[in-house]
Design a binder for this molecule. Sequence first.
Ligand SMILES: Nc1ncnc2c1ncn2[C@@H]1O[C@H](COP(=O)(O)OP(=O)(O)OP(=O)(O)O)[C@@H](O)[C@H]1O
Ligand SMILES: [Mg+2]
Length: 246
Amino acid sequence: MDESQSLALESVTVRFGGLTVLDDLSLRFGHSPISSLIGPNGAGKTTVFNTFSGIVKPVSGSLLLNGKDMTGHSPIEIARAGVVRKFQVPTVFHNLSVGNNLKVAAQSPRIETAGSAKDIRWSTGDVAEKLGLSSKMKTLAAELSHGERQWLEIGMAFLAHPRFLLLDEPAAGLGPEESDHTAGLIRTISEFCKTIVIEHDMRFIRELGGDVTVLHQGRLLKQGTMEEIEADHIVRDVYLGRDADA
Ligand SMILES: Nc1ncnc2c1ncn2[C@@H]1O[C@H](COP(=O)(O)OP(=O)(O)OP(=O)(O)O)[C@@H](O)[C@H]1O
Ligand SMILES: [Mg+2]
């Protein structure tokens, strides 16, 4: 495949104390604009994101961005190289307005995007419109609903011009309408950068489209289309059958 657009772990092992959380794991993203990462609680999904963003250092194995070895690089270096992360809990500036939050994000150091065909500079107004927050530019982030705060944070991450945007449970705690809006937003964003989404809600993942990677006990169980994943007996046993609709 085209290595110029890939984010990968090769034979990565991560241990916390005596616990092996990622177990000789090899994974590659980038072939699809949107990828979902699923698996039971404690499977190691967030740890994969932490390893991708340099927050967690593997005991062995490599982290590769566009074929380049980034193992051991700092979180800041990795973010500058274009791997941008949204955390499980929203981290916006509560005492700033929506507009000012977006301005702060737009002023963050530019990622080198030379050579990227989709390197379009968005204004904060354009982004607010895509987020569905145009009418709330002057509203303090503290006054937003949980869903609106999630959208704001996705917009802020997008303004950093990622090559890979990592979203950890962006639909957690959202109602069906908010969840649909989030899926639409992620689909729009994925036209401009590769987007990897951790989620539990299978309806949401179906809505996103793209390929699906299933993690179980720190190992890769399966990577494929939603149809392939749903048809897989082992995946059904360890995950889908049990808490897919939880
Ligand atoms: N910093 C840490 N120190 C010790 N153990 C950790 C640490 N981070 C994660 N773990 C453990 O590693 C395992 C995998 O955690 P991780 O957060 O990656 O799972 P997850 O798939 O994201 O789960 P969830 O769906 O609940 O968010 C769990 O057993 C967790 O308790
Ligand atoms: Mg997690």
